[in-house]
Ligand binder design. Sequence first.
Ligand SMILES: [Fe+2]
Length: 194
Amino acid sequence: MEVVNDIPQLKGVSLSKLHSLIERLKFDDNTYRHSMSVAKYSNRFNKIIAANINSETIYYSGLLHDIGKTEVNINILNKKGSLDIDEFSIMMEHSKLGYNLLKKHLMPIEMQHAALYHHERWDGNGYPMKLEKQRIPLVARIISICDVYDALTSNRPYRKAFSIDEALDIMKNSHGQFDNELLDIFSKNIDSII
Ligand SMILES: [Fe+2]
């Protein structure tokens, strides 16, 4: 499902609101490109695990998971070097900002959860709520895996993209970041996800 210009119906959601959020995401090329990949991977991954999340909902949850970044200072967002503590805490706000935005626009609860919880970790050391294990909504656990996979396999100003195998190895060795059962399925089905 390659969309954006041809937006499929998302039940009960205002198309113009959805469209305006997607337009907003285009403020930054990297965020937009990354979001498109996460949407595509999440949709395919969701089908494989046969989760009870419909295709459009997971697609837009992936597409708009980082929408809160549209409210983060662009200089911090695009800073070439590493962020200092203050800058990092401003950056971390993007998950709550995204949640507030999607809630305000009456987007489905799964999309709100994806924005709010995609930086939670299985071991409870993520943010913003430090949820752990199954307390993290499934939609956010799916998107977290697709999010990190795409980040690792993309070029960065300070490093080249990792290969598929390198990225999966890094993720498997991340000790407590992901739902391992899901990561295992993701890894075994990578050819049909990317
Ligand atoms: Fe994020």
